[in-house]
Design a protein around this ligand. Structure first.
Ligand SMILES: Cc1cc2nc3c(=O)[nH]c(=O)nc-3n(C[C@H](O)[C@H](O)[C@H](O)COP(=O)(O)OP(=O)(O)OC[C@H]3O[C@@H](n4cnc5c(N)ncnc54)[C@H](O)[C@@H]3O)c2cc1C
Length: 436
């Protein structure tokens, strides 16, 4: 890389970071992409990894390989921990705990979001969220070992808490994982257990709102509800999960405040996200007040006020109530890169406002049932499922992953089983066990 070209530092190799990096391939800059993981993770399919349909390799593409054609780019593994905006330096932690500094002329913060427990961080030890490959594998460990433990127990009463799965949050991720656990139980596992019937599994979806999938048109969310009912998912509306313990959860009615205990060993948390912790360091250093969930407010051109060289994109950015979805991340990452290219080339319109083009949203409910909404177009059932599949394959990074994902889907549809059910006992250093 040429040493006299402006340095662009991108923090985060998710949708926003990768789209920015790809656009900067043609720019006269040197790019460093810093990520705390080695791969670009396709988060929309994490739940399929968690339920044994896909492997972690199918949904995670090595950043070095993905961006190998960007000749002006280097990739660093490390977690950004501090920033000095006067010196234009970001400090990052290496895997071994030591730190190093990276200088930048332009910064694109694309570090995304993490699961939010809304001030109840103590829930996390019993109720993993779904944001990383680690989360998906931890959830898989919990789900698969619950069925295995149930197989060794002699009575339905003893098995019940192991075969009760509570999901907090009725947005797309909650609905998708709820449907997948039931499908796993009634299709993939149904003929493989001897002492009990996996269909005994009860999946309870707890949602504070009046209907699931509130980001979709009511007619579509009604259809999704019917499909969930048919699949055997129990939906509890108007209640929040207000306590999570090792062997039970408490739900509370939003209006009456009446509480109810559900005995379970598996609680999954999908109710809300917040900006990653490094966003706090950036907000403090730039003097901006964080917006909802710790996200960083930006101007229409995605720059932080008073800091012409700092752009914030994707889930960590706050702009006009744009949703935290992949499309916003991709388009905003691309836009920031376009503006940096224009500044470097001395071109006009280096502060053009970001205009989001909403291409629509999709959510998977169960086999042959998905929702797809794009402007006036509303698809559900089989057509929605075809549209959902097409979009996910199109945006999945890497042709190898596309082929393997299609093959895994086809094999599950034809054979019924799921091949990715291996569980590990976690990193011995941190002693993560299936049940804390
Ligand atoms: C389970 C799930 C399902 C979803 N389904 C859909 C869907 O169907 N459709 C849709 O449009 N959207 C969906 N989303 C949302 C979508 O995935 C996000 O909006 C999108 O990933 C945001 O992209 P991003 O680049 O801003 O952040 P991310 O994709 O989260 O990437 C952020 C990157 O930053 C890295 N990072 C974080 N902190 C640091 C640090 N301090 N230092 C270095 N690196 C760091 C992370 O490792 C990560 O690689 C889903 C999300 C989840 C979790």
């Amino acid at each position: 890389m040429a040493g006299d070209r402006p340095n662009v530092l991108i923090i985060g190799g998710g949708f926003a970071g990768v789209f920015a990096a790809r656009r900067l391939k043609r720019a006269n800059v040197s790019v460093t992409l810093l990520d705390r993981g080695t791969s670009h993770v396709f988060q929309p399919l994490l739940y399929q990894c968690a339920t044994g349909l896909l492997s972690e390799g199918d949904i995670a593409s090595p950043l070095r390989h993905l961006l190998r054609r960007c000749r002006n780019l280097r990739v660093f593994l490390g977690e950004a921990s501090d920033i000095d905006v006067a010196a234009k330096t970001v400090t990052a932690r290496r895997f071994d705990g030591s730190t190093f500094d990276i200088d930048y002329d332009y910064l694109i913060l694309a570090a995304g979001a993490r699961q939010s427990y809304h001030g109840n961080e103590q829930f996390e030890q019993f109720a993993p969220g779904m944001k990383t490959v680690d989360d998906a594998l931890a959830i898989r460990r919990k789900i698969i070992s619950s069925f295995e433990i149930a197989e060794t127990l002699p009575t339905p009463a003893l098995r019940k808490p192991w075969l009760t799965f509570v999901i907090s949050g009725g947005g797309p991720t909650g609905v998708e994982i709820a449907g997948q656990i039931r499908e796993l139980a009634i299709r993939a596992l149904s003929k493989e257990f001897d002492s009990m019937d996996p269909a005994e599994a009860q999946v309870i979806l707890v949602h504070g709102g009046e209907r699931v999938l509130e980001s979709f048109h009511p007619s579509l969310s009604g259809k999704a509800q019917k499909t969930l009912d048919k699949l055997g998912v129990t939906t509890v509306l108007g209640r929040h999960v207000t306590d999570v313990q090792r062997d039970h959860v408490i739900t509370t009615d939003k209006k009456t405040k009446a509480t109810e205990q559900i005995d379970t060993h598996t609680v999954l948390w999908t109710a809300g996200v917040e900006a990653v912790p490094f966003a706090g360091a950036v907000a403090e250093a730039t003097g901006v007040t964080p917006a909802r969930g710790g996200t960083i407010p930006v101007g229409p051109d995605l720059r932080v006020a008073g800091h012409e060289n700092i752009f914030v994109v994707g889930d960590v950015m706050s702009l006009d109530k744009l949703p935290g979805v992949a499309e916003v991340a991709m388009q905003s990452g691309h836009h920031a890169a376009v503006l940096i290219s224009r500044v470097v080339d001395g071109k006009a319109k280096a502060d053009s406002p970001f205009k989001y083009r909403d291409l629509g949203t999709a959510a998977y409910i169960s086999r042959y049932h998905a929702l797809l909404e794009s402007g006036p177009l509303r698809l559900s059932g089989f057509l929605g499922w075809l549209g959902w599949g097409g979009i996910h394959i199109f945006f999945l990074a890497g042709s190898r992953n596309r082929v393997w994902t299609l093959a895994s889907w086809a094999s599950t549809i034809i054979g019924g089983s799921r091949g990715e059910r291996a569980i590990t006992y976690g990193d011995p250093e941190t002693a993560r066990r299936p049940y804390p």
